[in-house]
Design a protein around this ligand. Structure first.
Ligand code: ZN
Length: 166
């Protein structure tokens, strides 16, 4: 074997080993990726299930609210009597009284707003009336000859010279 052949062999062997190592690394990386994507898919399924649980829990809450309303109705009408439940009825009635009191205050405040608005309207109307009165007072008499408006106190019409007054 010539020197060159020996060198070629060594290089070939080296390249072969190197490519083996590379393909091993590539294979491992591929497996890692596959495992990761499997985990990701499973996590997605878990998220979907958790979302479904959330929806079901909301349904349970809705049922509890409905149950509570029904029980309150029965407690109020006397159709349901239970020492443990009486407290709930009292609490709800107390809260309802608070709401009623607030509504009364709101009605008073709304009436106050109406009062302010009425005051504003009355003031505006009074001002309008005053303005109209002043305009009427400022306007002098009308000329009997030509019908022009003549300044107050003028003896003769500035338009046609007719005598004003008498
Ligand atoms: Zn005139």
């Amino acid at each position: 074997m010539s020197f060159l052949d020996r060198v070629t062999k060594v290089v070939k062997e080296g390249v072969g080993k190197a490519s083996e190592a590379v393909s091993e690394v590539v294979g491992e990386a591929k497996e890692d990726l596959e495992r990761m994507s499997r985990i990701r898919a499973i996590r997605g399924e878990i998220r979907d299930l958790e979302k479904e649980i959330e929806g079901i829990e909301q349904q349970i809450q809705a049922v509890k609210v409905e149950l509570g309303e029904k029980a309150l109705g029965l407690l109020k009408s006397g159709g349901l009597e239970h020492a443990d439940l009486q407290g709930f009825l009292e609490r709800v009635e107390e809260l309802e009284q608070q709401i009623a009191a607030h509504r009364e205050v709101i009605a008073e405040k709304e009436a106050a707003i109406e009062q302010i608005k009425a005051e504003e309207e009355a003031e505006k109307a009074a001002k309008e009336a005053e303005k109209a009165e002043k305009a009427q007072a400022a306007a002098g008499p009308t000329c009997p000859g030509c019908g022009a408006s003549v300044p107050k106190g003028a003896a003769f019409c500035p338009q046609c010279g007719a005598k004003i007054g008498a």
